[in-house]
Structures are given as structure tokens and as C-alpha cells.
Ligand binder design. Structure first.
Ligand code: PEP
Ligand code: MN
Length: 348
């Protein structure tokens, strides 16, 4: 349930209600809007008497949340969530509301020089966050699995050199601590959308989490997965649509663009799109990216490579930096038609 406070409710009342909720073994999550504060009550709600809460001065309404996800729901937080992500040297970038986020980089961090080179190229094109895999979720156990901690260092250093926050995938609860030392954003891959222990672990950190939609995950299941992270107190979850399995086989997956407006109507969390993994073929990536921003996505994640034919993974879908530069111009224009703007890299 949510407890909606009157605009004039004093801070002392907020504290009282929170301690009452916690004293009976439930969790209280605060959502401070522009005009009023909402307290989300999570746990066994039968333990609480809504009438008693309603009778307190300063409480305007006590409303049950019908959806299975609570903290991820629009009911809990009416406005679009806006997150600030600190850059490694100075300033920060924003996502949500009017702010769009451009994430680009290689599928895998292959060696130090390539990571630095690509970081320079994508930041020059207008990307603000550097992506790169250190631990790769490969279909075959015999293919390249990522360079692990060494790759995390290359990513962190390249991020620092260009004042770009870094995002990298975490696949295993045993890696959360080490990855946390290097990354600015955790990525939960499509195959791990319902790895609930992993979601709990990243939820215990205070770094933003990009949560990819599972290959066969419904929107409701995706939001329940976000709830796992949010329930641990980590508020900065960014949803990422990356294509789902359907009967259609012309591309690797089917990019479900309807997921963008649907997820955004059900949830206050930002939603980005990864057209690279959806298409699996660079020829289609620009069109899908343009459509994603037009559909209201809060940003994108795109794979780039200087020599895709030599890429250690996902070469066929990687854009050349030149193509990415042109695409970024289109995406900036499309965003501006919708009254939105891509975050830019703060000058260090
Ligand atoms: C990736 O981003 O490199 C990746 C493997 O993505 P997904 O989990 O969407 O397949
Ligand atoms: Mn990839």
C-alpha cells in the first residue's frame, strides 16, 4: 500500500509513520515528489491497519497497490524518475524525464588499446557512458568468455580518460564485489533477468543497475525483477528492452518497441533500448535506434567496433564509429522533436 501525505505534512510525521511501519516488521520506502511525500509500505500488509494510518493528521490517503510490483509502479512514484550518474572525473550525467542517455562501446573489452580507442571515438560522437563486457554470457562454453578483472581495469581507465561512467555486465553473485570496485553501472544481462539472488546482490549496492528484459520475459515479469533490486534499497534501476524470442526468424530477436510506452506507463523507471542485440545485424541497428527514441525511450545502448570482422564477439552487429557518429546526430534531432535532450559529457 502507499500512504499519501498532505503537502503540509511535517517531517516529524514522516519519521513517525516510517518508524511505526518498521516496528511491525514492514519496509517503508519514501518517494518525495515535487509537492508531496508518498510512503510505500512493502511486506505483509495485513499486519497494518489502514484505518489507523488514515486517521493521522497529515495523512491524505492510504491506497492499496494492486500490481504485484510496488516500488517499480507508477502508483508509488507518479513522475518519471530522474537519476544522476556521477562521471569519474567531474560532473554527472542524467537519465529520465527530459534527459536521454547514450551508451556505446564494444561488446567485449578485447584489449587495453581497443577500449581506449573506442572510448575516444564514441565520446567524440556524443555517447556519454562507455559499455564493455569483462564477463561475457556466451551460448557456447568453448567461446571467448571475457578477460575478467583485467578488462575491468581497462574500462575504468578508459572511462577516467574521457570522463565517462562505465557499464559492464555482472553474471554471478561472486563477482558483484570485484565489479563494484571498477564500474559505475551494473548491467544485468537478458539471461539473468530472473537470477533472483543476483538481483538481490546488486540491489544491496548503491550503483545504478541496467536491467535487460529476458529473452522470454513478459513486461510484468521484468518489472517484478526490477522490484527485487528496488526492494533492497537501490533506487536507480534502468530498464532495457533488447529484443525477445518470437516466431519471426529474420533477425536475431524481435525488438519489442511497444514495451517502451507500456513499461513507461506502468513504471516510473527510465527505459532504454538496445537495438544491437535485438537485430544481431548492423544493417538494421540505425533504424531500430531511431524508432526507439521516437517511441519515447530514455536512451540506448549500442555496440561499436573499429574492425567488426575481427571482433571477438558480436562483430556482425557492431557499428563502425563513423556510422555511429551519423546515427547520434539523427537521434539527437528525434529527441529534440519530443522535447528531450541527450546528456552531454561534462568537461573535466
Ligand atoms: C551484452 O550487452 O553484451 C549482452 C550480452 O546483452 P544481452 O544480455 O541483451 O544478450
Ligand atoms: Mn554483445
Amino acid at each position: 500500500m502507499i500512504v499519501i501525505l498532505k503537502p503540509e505534512a511535517p517531517e516529524a510525521l514522516v519519521k513517525d509513520i516510517v518508524s511505526h511501519i518498521e516496528s511491525i516488521g514492514l519496509q517503508a520506502h519514501l518517494s518525495r515528489g515535487q509537492f508531496r511525500t508518498i510512503i510505500g509500505v512493502v511486506g505483509e500488509e495485513e499486519k497494518i491497519n489502514p484505518e489507523q494510518l488514515k486517521s493521522l493528521t497529515g495523512v491524505e490517503q492510504v491506497v492499496p497497490i494492486m500490481k504485484p510490483y510496488k516500488l517499480a509502479s507508477r502508483e508509488f512514484h507518479k513522475e518519471d524518475s530522474v537519476f544522476e550518474i556521477p562521471c569519474p572525473i567531474s560532473g554527472s550525467v542524467k537519465i529520465g524525464g527530459p534527459h536521454c542517455l547514450a551508451i556505446a562501446g564494444p561488446c567485449a573489452a578485447e584489449d587495453e588499446e581497443m577500449v581506449h580507442q573506442l572510448a575516444r571515438e564514441v565520446v567524440a560522437a556524443g555517447a556519454t557512458v562507455l559499455r564493455g563486457g569483462a564477463y561475457k554470457p556466451r551460448t557456447s562454453p568453448y567461446t571467448f568468455q571475457g578477460h575478467g578483472e583485467e578488462a575491468l581495469k581497462w574500462l575504468r581507465d578508459a572511462g577516467k580518460a574521457n570522463n565517462m561512467p562505465v557499464i559492464t555486465e555482472v553474471m554471478d553473485t561472486r563477482h558483484v564485489q570485484v565489479i563494484e570496485q571498477y564500474t559505475d553501472i551494473f548491467q544485468i544481462g537478458a539471461r539473468n533477468m530472473q537470477n533472483f539472488n543476483l538481483l538481490f546482490e546488486v540491489g544491496k549496492t548503491r550503483k545504478p543497475v541496467v536491467l535487460k528484459r529476458g529473452l522470454a520475459g513478459s513486461i510484468s515479469e521484468w518489472l517484478m525483477s526490477a522490484e527485487y533490486v528496488l526492494s533492497q534499497g537501490n533506487r536507480r534501476v534502468i530498464l532495457c528492452e533488447r529484443g525477445i524470442k518470437t516466431f519471426e526468424t529474420s533477425l536475431r530477436y524481435t525488438l519489442d518497441l511497444s514495451a517502451v510506452p507500456v513499461a513507461k506507463s506502468l513504471s516510473h523507471l527510465p527505459v532504454i533500448v538496445d537495438p544491437s542485440h535485438a537485430a544481431g545485424d548492423r544493417q538494421y541497428v540505425p533504424a531500430l535506434a531511431r524508432a526507439a527514441i521516437a517511441a519515447g525511450a530514455d536512451g540506448f545502448m549500442i555496440e561499436c567496433h573499429d574492425c567488426p570482422s575481427k571482433a571477438m564477439c558480436d562483430g556482425p552487429q557492431a557499428l563502425l564509429p563513423d556510422t555511429f557518429t551519423h546515427l547520434m546526430k539523427d537521434l539527437t534531432n528525434i529527441a529534440s522533436v519530443l522535447g528531450r535532450k541527450f546528456s552531454t559529457t561534462p568537461k573535466p
